[in-house]
Design a binder for this molecule. Structure first.
Ligand code: AMP
Length: 375
C-alpha cells in the first residue's frame, strides 16, 4: 500500500524507515530539495498549497497522513475530501490554533490553565483581568519548539506595558495569554487509535513519558516516568486522551503534553502526529509509534505498545557527537536524520534501552555529556 505523507522531515523519514520493511511504499509532499525523507519514497517537490503539486501527490493514493502541523488548513481539507486523511483535517485544525485547542480541552473537562486571547492591543487590559502575571504569551498559530512565545514575569512593573511589548515582539499577531504554570515535571501521553471495525477503533497507550526541555526544545524523554511511581498520573492522562480521541473520532498516533502540578495534570498542547517524545518507542517498545501510526492510517490492526524495559531518549540539537563515542556507551541506539548542522536544529537522537532505569543511570549521564547543547 502506498501512503502519502505531507512533509518530508525527520518524522516522515522515521515513518518511512518503519513502514518499508512492512511493505508500505511512500509518497512525500515536500517543498525543499534536501529533505530527510528523500530516499525513502517518491517526492513531490511542491509547496504545501500548490494545487498542481497536491493533485500529483493525491493521485491514486487511498490514504495519507502528515508529519508536520503547520500545513495550510485548506490543504488538509482538500485531502480529507479526496482520500482517507488520518488524523483528520478537524484534528489538525484544533492543534493549529492554541485558542481552539485550549477550548477543546476545557469542553471535555481536561484541566487547563487560565487563558485569554489577544487579537488587538485593546484586548490586553481585559486579558490581564483574567490572567495575571506571571504568564506566557504565545502566538495562536505557527509556534513550535518554544518559538513564538514570551514568558512574562510577575515583577515586570507595568503589566499592560509588559504584555504590549511582548505582543509587539511577537509581531502583533493574534495571541493567547496563559497563566504561568508552576510544574514539578512535564509528561506526554502518546496513544494510538485504529480505524478498523474489527478492532472497534481500539486505543492503545504507550507508557507515560517524562520530558525535559531546554530553551523550549525537548532535551530528554524518560520512560517509565520517574514522576509517576504509582501510575496515577498515567491513569488520568489515559482518561483525558481517551475523551479527546473519542470526541473527534481520532485516527492515528496522538501526543498530548501535560504539566504535573500539585492538583494533578494540566494539559498544555496536543500534537496530531507522531511525536519527538515517542522516539524512544523505536528501540524501546514492542511496536514503535511510527509503525502503529501507519497501521492505524492504513486500517490495519495495531501492535503492542508494551515497553521492552526502561528507555531514555536524548535529542541531538545543533551538532552531532562522533558516532564511535556514542557506540562506546552501553545500551545506546543512534538515529541521525541526515540534516546539515545548524544551531537549534534537531539533527538526531540517541535512545538508551535496558531492563531497568537503574541500568541506564551511568550510560545516560555519558550520553548527556556527548550531546550537551547550549541554549
Ligand atoms: P509549548 O510550545 O507550549 O509546548 O511550550 C514549550 C515549553 O515552554 C513547554 O514545554 C514548557 O516547558 C514551557 N511552557 C509553555 N507554556 C507554559 C506555561 N503556561 N507555564 C509554564 N511553562 C510553560
Amino acid at each position: 500500500m502506498k501512503v502519502g505523507v505531507v512533509g518530508g522531515g525527520q518524522l516522515g523519514r522515521m515513518l518511512g524507515l518503519a513502514g518499508l520493511p512492512l511493505g508500505f511504499q511512500f509518497r512525500f509532499l515536500e517543498p525543499s530539495n534536501d529533505a530527510p525523507s528523500a530516499h525513502l519514497g517518491e517526492i513531490i517537490r511542491a509547496a504545501y498549497d500548490d494545487s498542481d503539486g497536491l493533485e500529483r501527490f493525491a493521485r491514486d493514493l487511498s490514504c495519507a497522513t502528515y508529519e508536520f502541523e503547520n500545513i495550510p488548513a485548506a490543504t488538509a481539507q482538500w485531502l480529507d475530501e479526496r482520500l482517507t486523511l488520518a488524523p483528520t483535517a478537524r484534528a489538525l485544525a484544533i492543534a493549529q490554533d492554541r485558542v481552539v485547542e485550549k477550548a477543546t480541552f476545557r469542553e471535555l473537562g481536561i484541566p487547563v490553565q487560565a487563558t485569554a486571547s489577544i487579537a488587538s492591543e485593546l484586548d490586553i487590559p481585559l486579558a490581564l483581568e483574567r490572567v495575571a502575571l506571571p504568564a506566557v504569551l504565545k502566538t495562536r498559530r505557527l509556534g513550535y519548539d518554544g518559538k513564538g512565545q514570551r514568558t512574562l514575569l510577575a515583577d515586570s512593573g507595568d503589566s499592560i506595558a509588559c504584555v504590549r511589548n511582548a505582543w509587539n515582539e511577537l509581531g502583533r499577531v493574534p495571541c493567547l495569554l496563559e497563566s504561568f504554570v508552576t510544574f514539578s515535571a512535564e509528561v506526554s501521553q502518546i496513544a494510538v487509535r485504529g480505524r478498523t471495525r474489527s478492532h472497534s477503533r481500539a486505543i492503545a497507550f504507550y507508557p507515560l513519558t517524562q520530558n525535559e526541555h531546554r530553551g523550549g526544545i525537548l532535551w530528554k524523554s524518560q520512560t517509565p516516568a520517574p514522576c509517576d511511581p504509582t501510575g496515577e498520573l498515567a491513569q488520568s492522562a489515559q482518561e483525558y486522551v481517551t475523551r479527546l480521541m473519542e470526541s473527534i473520532d481520532y485516527i492515528g498516533v496522538i501526543a498530548v503534553e501535560f504539566f504535573v502540578t500539585p492538583s494533578g495534570l494540566v494539559a498544555n498542547e496536543l500534537a496530531p502526529r507522531v511525536h519527538n517524545s515517542g522516539h524512544w518507542t523505536i528501540d524501546g517498545a514492542v511496536t514503535s509509534q511510527f509503525e502503529n501510526h501507519l497501521r492505524a492510517v492504513a486500517g490495519l490492526p495495531l501492535g503492542s505498545t508494551d515497553p521492552r524495559g526502561a528507555s531514555v531518549m536524548i535529542n541531538l540539537v545543533g551538532r552531532v557527537p562522533i558516532a564511535a563515542r556514542v557506540f562506546d556507551v552501553a545500551h545506546t541506539h543512534l538515529h541521525l536524520y541526515g540534516k546539515g548542522s545548524r544551531a537549534g536544529r534537531k539533527l538526531g537522537h540517541v535512545t538508551l534501552t535496558a531492563p531497568t532505569a537503574l541500568d541506564l543511570a551511568e550510560p545516560v549521564a555519558a550520553v548527556e555529556q556527548l550531546a550537551a547543547w547550549q541554549t
